[in-house]
Write a protein that binds this ligand. Structure first.
Ligand SMILES: O=C[C@H](O)COP(=O)(O)O
Length: 249
């Protein structure tokens, strides 16, 4: 049975003091929900966030990790470093990593493999660009992203995978995929997974939607049968907005 999940990706926002303030607010305002609630602060504040949320059910997750175990990779963070501070879920493949840091499907496949070998749960992000959507190529693009990074995994690995479909044209733009567009793509993703693996893998994986989710549109998006929650950027930086989105699940 798949989980409902609402995750906040704070990206490169919030210094230490701001991080702690927001966590205190979120912990205090967290509504009663069966959904998993996650936040992904920047690397330098992860350890403090874990300590801050010790008594809370909000999970601290990472925004990225390297595929190598350790070594001469200046500026990078390993899976073991995350585990060592109590972080065992990591976002991999966010479109900003793909676009600004050259992360290819091949690199992402290696990251996913390392994460799973280390026991880190992967929140794998993917989604088409605006030109792909306009040309009607969005289903092919999404299928290839999944195939290149995930379809060599064993069936059993999928219990450690969360998917986050994020159409690039809807990220930080205020333009959201309609609930119908989100549902159509999520249903397609489940069908592709079912064809490659089987229907139990497809029905047990949580598929989140990300891209300009706000308090005003979350409920309608989350009401769709194949949408299991959201990966929230901008609106997760404001406690009342993030709490309202959690309430919508
Ligand atoms: O990781 C989150 C996504 O990039 C969505 O960001 P956004 O809610 O600011 O559009």
């Amino acid at each position: 049975m798949r989980s409902k999940i609402v995750a906040g990706n704070w990206k490169m926002n919030k210094n230490l003091e701001e991080t702690e303030d927001l966590l205190v607010e979120l912990a205090a305002k967290l509504p009663d929900t069966k959904a998993e609630v996650m936040v992904a602060p920047t690397f330098v504040n992860l350890a403090a966030a874990v300590r801050n949320l010790e008594a809370s059910r909000i999970e601290v997750i990472a925004q990225n990790m390297h595929f190598a175990e350790s070594g001469a990779y200046t500026g990078e963070i390993s899976a073991d470093m995350l585990l060592n501070i109590g972080v065992d879920t990591c976002i991999i493949g966010h479109s900003e990593r793909r676009a600004y840091f050259g992360e290819t499907d091949e690199i992402l496949a290696k990251k996913v493999r390392t994460a799973l070998e280390k026991g880190i749960r992967v929140m794998f992000c993917f989604g088409e660009e605006l030109e792909d959507r306009k040309s009607g190529n969005h289903f092919n693009v999404v299928e290839n992203q999944l195939k290149n990074a995930l379809f060599s995994l064993d069936k059993t690995d999928w219990s450690k995978i969360i998917l986050a479909y994020e159409p690039v044209w809807a990220i930080g733009t205020g333009e959201t995929a309609s609930p119908e567009q989100a549902q159509e793509m999520h249903a397609f993703i489940r069908k592709v997974i079912s064809d490659v693996y089987d229907s139990s893998v497809a029905s047990n994986v949580s598929i989140l939607y990300g891209g300009s989710v706000k308090p005003g549109n979350a409920e309608e998006i989350f009401s769709k049968p194949d949408v299991d929650g959201g990966l929230i950027g901008g609106a997760s930086l404001v406690s009342d907005d993030f709490v309202a989105i959690i309430k919508a699940i």
